[in-house]
Design a protein around this ligand. Structure first.
Ligand code: UD1
Ligand code: CA
Length: 465
């Protein structure tokens, strides 16, 4: 087992300062739970040597269920810290509850709330400890605003870490702070944990007391503060989301996706976009959305968990959720495709069209002001302006089926369940409630009567023109 590393992720805290009704590790940043980021960074390390244990406490079941559903490459272990008596206590619990904990050469301890931590930083820590062969290394950085962090207090004998609450006024001026990331030789950690106490301002067992002046330990000061930013309140969450978003957007630019304004385009880390696609500002792309090559997404579009093939144009302010869109489609502006909308190739959905659970076959068109729900529209069928599927009878939803190569005149309704065959023609202003066989014509409106000269009877004269 030589050189093996046990990664311990501290995630038992409640995250009270966030004021969200959610356990902190599960709070989402740019579409992913905070804890997912740290797990991904750890999993990107050389695998055979790394095992992961997450310390859970507050909302244990929710956190464990979530982690168990991640597509992790290896099994993640859990340790339950029943009462949160501090970071040192969390690691004591880990040691006590994990039978193999002392078999690992190194124990790598990190917090669940630092999503920007990179693989490179983790690897630097490993290289450093191995080179120096010291007992422990703590990652520190110089904070613009050190408030809230443990300070690195240096002396002739080495250094110690003093928490904000325990620091004197002069110690509070120190800007080098503890990041909360530690790589420790397990043999040293086992011993050091035994001597922790809770004689401090918080009455907690501080893990930071493992770093004692005189011990063979080091504070390794990193240049980038950003890497270590933690999420304790919503202001910090906002700052972190900006960084994560920017990282994602730069990654997209590097892969050949054009973004007009990387500061104001909101793309979840989980979204995939193909080369040559152009995304305009103020678009929101979320969840498991995939967009192919050479598409255009104009401003103000919201796209959630949808699959979009190549060469699709989505014009301004369209809202698309759980839809599947094949290549060469044109959508919007102001279109709404709801769950279960499926557009085959070259479909056109125009402005103010809403669809739900409907299939539009190749090159069909619904260009203006329509509602299409629970329907199947055949290939090349053209649906005029203001068409409505009356799919709901107050209790149940019913299907409308329209064949291929049909022409549905403007201002028509289909009262479902109803079936219109291939090559049918529905005259404008018709209400269709009976099925139509292939090739038929239907008109259902009262015949127009025109009476010459009668208009003056109906046009009211205004008293004050
Ligand atoms: C901790 C460090 C501080 C450092 C800062 C960096 C200590 C005593 N202080 O302070 O020096 O500058 O991180 O962000 O360690 N947790 C548990 N069980 C507990 C308590 C906490 O699992 O009993 C977990 C939390 O869920 C969190 C992490 O440990 O993920 C850190 O706890 P937190 O309360 O945020 O520590 P800080 O006060 O930020
Ligand atoms: Ca913290």
């Amino acid at each position: 087992m030589s050189d093996r590393i046990s990664v311990v992720i501290l995630a038992a805290g409640k995250g009270t300062r966030l004021k969200l009704n959610q356990p902190k590790p599960l709070v989402k940043a740019v579409g992913r739970a905070l804890v997912d980021y740290i797990i991904s960074a750890v999993e990107s390390l050389d695998h055979d040597k790394v095992d992961i244990t997450v310390i859970t406490g507050h909302a244990k079941e929710l956190v464990e269920d979530h982690i168990n559903q991640l597509p992790s490459k290896n099994k993640i272990n859990f340790v339950h810290q029943r009462e949160q008596k501090g970071t040192g206590h969390a690691v004591q619990e880990y040691m006590a509850q994990s039978p193999n904990a002392s078999d690992y050469t190194y124990t790598f301890i990190m917090c669940a709330d630092t999503p920007l931590l990179s693989k490179a930083t983790l690897e630097n820590m490993i290289t450093r400890l191995k080179q120096k062969d010291s007992s422990a290394v703590c990652a520190s950085f110089v904070a613009q605003n050190p408030h809230g962090y443990g300070r690195i207090i240096k002396s002739d004998k080495g250094f110690k870490i003093t928490e904000e609450k325990d620091a004197s006024e002069s110690e509070k001026l120190i800007k080098e702070v503890n990041s909360g990331l530690y790589l420790i030789k397990t043999s040293y950690l086992v011993d050091a944990l035994k001597s922790l106490d809770d004689n401090n301002a918080s009455g907690e067992f501080y893990l930071t007391d493992v770093f004692k002046p005189g011990a063979d330990v080091e504070a390794l000061c990193f240049d980038s503060e950003e890497d270590f930013l933690g999420v304790n309140d919503l202001v910090q969450l906002h700052r972190i989301e900006r960084s994560l978003r920017l990282r994602k957007n730069i990654e997209l630019l590097e892969s050949g996706v054009r973004l007009i304004d990387i500061e104001n385009t909101y793309i979840d880390t989980s979204v995939e976009i193909g080369e040559g696609t152009l995304i305009h500002p103020n678009s929101v792309l979320q969840g498991q959305t995939k967009i192919g090559k050479n598409c255009v997404v104009e401003s103000g579009c919201v796209i959630k968990s949808s699959e979009i093939d190549s060469d699709v144009s989505i014009y301004a302010n369209s809202y698309i959720e759980k839809a599947k869109i094949q290549s060469h489609c044109q959508i919007g502006p102001y279109a709404r495709l709801r769950e279960g909308s499926h557009l085959a190739e070259s479909v056109k959905i125009g402005n103010f069209v809403e669809s739900k659970k409907s299939f539009f076959d190749t090159a069909s068109k619904v260009s203006h002001l329509s509602y299409v729900g629970d329907a199947e529209i055949g290939a090349r069928t053209n649906i005029g302006c203001g068409f409505i599927t009356c799919n709901y009878d107050g209790a149940n939803k019913h299907k409308t089926k329209i064949g291929s190569d049909c022409f549905i005149g403007s201002d028509s309704q289909a009262i479902a369940p109803v079936e219109i065959g291939d090559e049918c023609f529905v005259a404008s202003g018709s209400t269709i409630n009976q099925s139509m066989p292939k090739g038929s014509f239907a008109i259902s409106r009262t015949r127009q009567t025109t009476k010459e000269g009668l208009a003056k009877k109906f046009i009211k004269k205004k008293s004050n023109p």
